[in-house]
Design a protein. Structure first.
Length: 406
């Protein structure tokens, strides 16, 4: 019975999607560019585009459906919990950036890094563009959720609160019956296109040393977050992190904290130490403001590229200023592929003085590992939610009963 349940579980479906996607992509890469190959790629690219559009469309709905009603249920404690969440998200991002900077100064001078990458194969264009625009941008949905939830809590608007509760149930149904079932297909198509392009087999070896170091840094930082969260909350952090496998795999496939939100909620709700009201409030919020893995990666890569192109690492004072501002930009960065580095291009060029070559190289190497940085972001959200749970318990904030399950 357990084996049968595993075969129908989300982690198994995600792994199958990844494996099949890579195999098909590599086979297409090795074949001649025949009409059949082009037709298969056209279908894959188009389906990936449509499914991505559908997932991205649902992201603002998920944010509003979870954050706003969760804030209303916090009542008079809403403002305080929001402030605590933002502070710990910034502290985590800043800490990850400084940890990366220290590691960079210690390791980069001893590395031999190539700055060239092989050319990739070009994917065909989408056959037809079925554009499904979001009802509003992600950050607009986040601000609306916070404002609406706080205002409803302050005014004790029972009618609005009831409406938000019903809206949350509707969003839960969309997540469980639409988003979760299509994710394995979307991830499989993503890995198929990556394998065909040659990203997996050609570009990865170029920066393999740096990427491996960054991946180790991700796991060190996640371990530190969960240890600190366990100490503060007086709960076993392993009871939380053990449920995050599907979310980690989904983040690797989607390269987006926002697109992984549905699975992250599902994983966090299975963790017994996490209060359900803190999960519904914290996970959607942290998906948009907590980007510790992306920040850690960006700092190390910026230092590496500075060494490659300009022959020296940035001055410590420059890097510290860069880390402080990057933590702020991370809070406002969209939880989409490359969101952190795109949001921070201004300080990359302004503070680190990168030119066009440095910026282009930064975007390239960041894209190679973006999925793993996103996976670190998403998994780290569980630790911050455990801290929120501990804070609520320490300050006698009553738990709100939530009967709806994913």
């Amino acid at each position: 019975m357990k084996k049968n349940n595993f075969l129908h579980s989300l982690p198994f479906k995600l792994l199958v999607g990844v494996a099949l996607g890579i195999c098909v992509g590599l086979l297409l890469n090795m074949t001649d560019e025949s009409a059949i190959t082009t037709a298969i790629l056209n279908v894959a690219v188009t389906l990936k585009y449509i499914l991505g559009q559908l997932i991205n469309f649902c992201v603002p709905l998920i944010i509003i459906g979870f954050i706003a009603p969760s804030i209303t249920k916090l009542g008079n404690n809403a403002s305080r919990m929001l402030g605590v969440a933002i502070c710990i998200a910034y502290a985590s991002s800043l800490g990850a950036a400084l940890f990366s900077a220290i590691s960079g100064y210690a390791l980069i001078p001893h590395l031999s890094i190539s700055s060239t990458a092989d050319n990739l194969k070009t994917l065909p264009d989408v056959i037809f563009e079925l554009s499904i625009p979001q009802i509003m941008p992600v950050m607009s949905a986040l601000v609306l959720s916070v404002m609406l939830g706080l205002a409803a809590a302050w005014t004790k608007a029972s009618l609005v609160s009831s409406f938000l509760d019903e809206f949350q149930k509707i969003v839960l149904a969309i997540v469980s019956r639409v988003i979760i079932p299509i994710l394995p297909f979307f991830i499989g198509l993503t890995f198929c296109t990556l394998a065909y392009e040659g990203t997996i087999t050609r570009q990865l070896p170029v920066f393999l040393q740096v990427i491996v170091i960054v991946l180790v840094g991700h796991f060190i930082w996640m371990a530190l977050l969960y240890v600190l969260a366990g100490i503060y909350s007086r709960e076993n952090p392993l009871e939380v992190v053990k449920h995050y496998g599907p979310a980690y795999l989904t983040a690797v496939g989607t390269m987006s904290s926002a697109a992984t939100l549905a699975v992250a909620l599902q994983c966090a709700r299975k963790a017994k130490p996490l209060r359900k009201d803190m999960v519904d409030f914290g996970i959607p919020l942290f998906a948009n403001i907590h980007l510790c893995g992306s920040v850690l990666t960006e700092v190390f890569f910026c230092m590496t590229i500075s060494k490659i192109l300009y022959g020296a690492l940035p001055a410590p004072g420059t890097i510290v200023l860069f880390c402080i501002l990057l933590g702020v930009f991370a809070i406002g960065a969209p939880g989409v592929p490359g969101g952190t580095v795109m949001a921070s291009l201004g300080i990359i060029t302004g503070i680190l003085k990168f030119g066009d070559s440095g910026t282009a190289l930064m975007l390239t190497i960041f894209a190679l590992q973006d999925s793993f940085g996103t996976a670190c972001n998403v998994t780290g959200d569980g630790a911050l939610t455990l801290i929120l749970t501990g804070y609520a318990k320490r300050h006698n904030i009553k738990e709100q009963n939530i009967s709806v399950d994913l």
